[in-house]
Design a protein around this ligand. Structure first.
Ligand code: FES
Length: 342
């Protein structure tokens, strides 16, 4: 592929007030739920407004927030992509697919959160930004993976960039926002419904792209792996490939961890993440995605007698094999001794 053609960034390229590079953490946001909409039988949309009535931080398409949900003694923190227009600072919206087998965050939002409910959000962080140097942008989403693209497409339309969206859904009735997208963006939108036997012709799509095109993927893990592997095999360079997935922390057998700096022994329960347990012990730990993607929670392992269950997408295979680092937001441990530099 030839060198990408630079495009001017839109008026609002920032990612709120927290950045990966600078590790600057802005204060958390106190918000009140102002609207809850049933989008499909499985998906609800939530609108948040600042509880003090002021503006929320601007963000850029692809950004997410961590929604903190307290239910009795349980504090859940789940990442959700912001889908509202990035320049709209009067409110944020997210869409949440109910996961009946998850750790309870989406169920809590679906079953307990109503207008007037107060919640806490992290400031927006963008791990999946638009690369404005690209000559063309091809977005591929599966199901609820559409949400970061909703905000990105607002920016693409405002900037006049060349983009198209390919969206795969199980059936049309379960696909969120299809009618609105087709009405707004016309033939830039391509929908594939499983129940009609429609499949994206990936080889042809990739082949048809001009040099300088960037590919963005968000959806189920299997779909993302297939698309990225196909693109790499077809010769697409890594810098033209963008993807985002937040892993849900896995449940597992309870275990103990020693925190060397804090001098605390903590127990990680069956449905708790190691990061949750560290926080519950009153020890501050950094995070941005809580889904094994950003690297912010990376922690040094000082001693390990047992096996680290590396569940993240961040550490290299070599780093995982060395056993010297762990991402406590999603990874677990089996064994007798695990000592962390925390
Ligand atoms: S918080 Fe992002 S990888 Fe752990």
């Amino acid at each position: 592929m030839s060198a990408a053609v630079p495009l001017p960034p839109p008026a609002n390229p920032g990612a709120g007030s927290a950045t990966t590079a600078g590790r600057v953490q802005a204060p958390k946001l106190a918000v009140t739920v102002s609207e809850v909409i049933d989008v499909t039988p499985m998906i609800k949309r939530f609108r948040f407004e600042a509880t003090d009535g002021g503006p929320l931080p601007a963000f850029s398409g692809g950004a997410h927030v961590i929604v903190e949900m307290r239910e009795g003694d349980i504090l859940r923190r789940n990442p959700y992509s912001l889908m509202s227009p990035p320049t709209q600072t009067s409110s944020y919206t997210i869409s949440v697919r109910r996961d009946d087998k998850g750790r309870g965050g989406s169920l809590f939002l679906h079953q307990q959160v109503r207008p007037g409910h107060r919640l806490t959000l992290s400031p927006p962080v963008n791990l999946f930004p638009i690369d404005w140097r690209a000559r063309r942008h091809v977005l591929i989403a599966g199901g609820i993976g559409i949400t970061p693209f909703l905000a990105q497409m607002v920016q693409h339309a405002a900037a006049g960039t060349d983009f198209e969206l390919h969206l795969a859904v199980r059936e049309r009735a379960q696909g969120a926002y299809l009618d609105e997208l087709e009405a707004r963006y016309g033939d830039r939108i391509h929908v594939y419904c499983d129940d009609r036997g429609e499949r994206i012709d990936l080889d042809r799509l990739l082949e048809a792209q001009p040099l300088g095109t960037h590919l963005y993927v968000c959806g189920p893990a299997g779909m993302m792996e297939w698309i990225l592997a196909t693109a790499r095999t077809a010769g697409w360079p890594d810098q033209s490939l963008h993807s985002e997935r937040f892993l849900a922390p896995a449940s597992g057998v309870p275990y103990e961890v020693m925190l060397a700096i804090s001098n605390k022994a903590i127990r990680v329960t069956e449905h708790q993440s190691m990061l949750d347990a560290i926080e519950a012990a009153g020890v501050e730990a950094p995070y941005m995605c809580r889904g094994g993607a950003c690297g912010e929670c990376e922690t040094e392992v000082l001693a390990c007698e047992g096996r680290i269950l590396h569940n993240d997408d961040f550490l290299s295979d070599e780093a995982k094999a060395s056993g010297s680092r762990i991402m406590p937001c999603v990874s677990r441990f089996e064994g007798t001794t695990l000592v962390l530099q925390r």
